[in-house]
Design a binder for this molecule. Structure first.
Ligand code: PLP
Length: 226
């Protein structure tokens, strides 16, 4: 085994040990090669996150079919068709247009696709996601889309060293999550997932109620774009 593979496996073991049992780990493998994912897979990890459709499709095609692929980044409607046959969860739904397209493509593949609704909780204006009004509008129409199952909410905190701000932002997402759950909508048959927390802030996210963390660089090392 290569030194890189060993590092990945020990990073993964350490992180898994630190996660409470109710928290699911999405190993964010974006930009990393198949070899790196295979090192993680060998330890039993089965959930991997990618943010580019093309990369996810390429990895899906070459890798073991029991991997659950999560699309974690912004998704363009014209690309949904490429992942609809196999994607396990789509984390960043923030419009009815996207929801409708996922529904259409899920139906064409005779599937029900799990999705999360992305909320805007950070101060940065560059991050995607909905506000409360947009969320409520979307919740009113989800019963029209029988081939998507809205499993919960997702959000990204501001990129800052100010831990209290990060905690506050995650807390605000948890409050919204609880509020939606409390509505008890018939169309939300399994609303149980709160996806928040990345390498730099997953401990804070878990303390604030996260049930799913998306961790990349702490497992696989720094990403090299190019
Ligand atoms: C890249 C990415 C992550 C993982 O980031 P790390 O800081 O490497 O853990 C998590 N969530 C989303 C949406 C991402 O794009």
């Amino acid at each position: 085994m290569t030194a890189v593979a060993k590092d990945i496996q020990s990073n993964l073991a350490q992180i898994k040990d630190s996660l409470p049992e109710h928290v699911t780990l999405v190993a964010v493998s974006k930009t990393h090669p198949v070899d790196a994912i295979e090192a993680a897979y060998a330890t039993g990890q089965r959930i991997f996150g990618e943010n580019k459709v093309q990369d996810m499709v390429a990895k899906y095609e070459t890798m073991a079919k029991d991997i659950q692929w999560h699309l974690i980044g912004h998704l363009q409607t014209n690309k949904v068709k490429y992942i609809a046959p196999f994607v396990s969860m789509i984390h960043a739904v923030d419009s009815e247009k996207l929801l409708a397209e996922i529904n259409k493509r899920a139906k064409a593949n005779d599937r029900v696709i799990d999705v999360l609704l992305q909320m805007h909780i950070a101060q940065e204006s560059t991050k995607f996601g909905m506000n409360d009004d947009e969320l409520n509008q979307l919740l009113e129409v989800i019963s029209n889309y029988e081939n998507v199952r809205v499993r919960g909410l997702m959000g990204m905190a501001t990129f800052t060293d100010d831990e209290s701000q990060v905690a506050q932002e995650f807390q605000s997402l948890k409050v919204r999550f609880d509020a939606v759950q409390a509505k008890g909508l018939a169309s939300l048959t399994q609303f149980d997932t709160l996806s928040m927390g990345m390498s730099g802030d997953y401990s804070i996210a878990i303390a604030e109620g996260s049930t799913m963390v998306r961790v990349g660089s702490s497992i696989f090392g720094q990403r090299h774009y190019g």
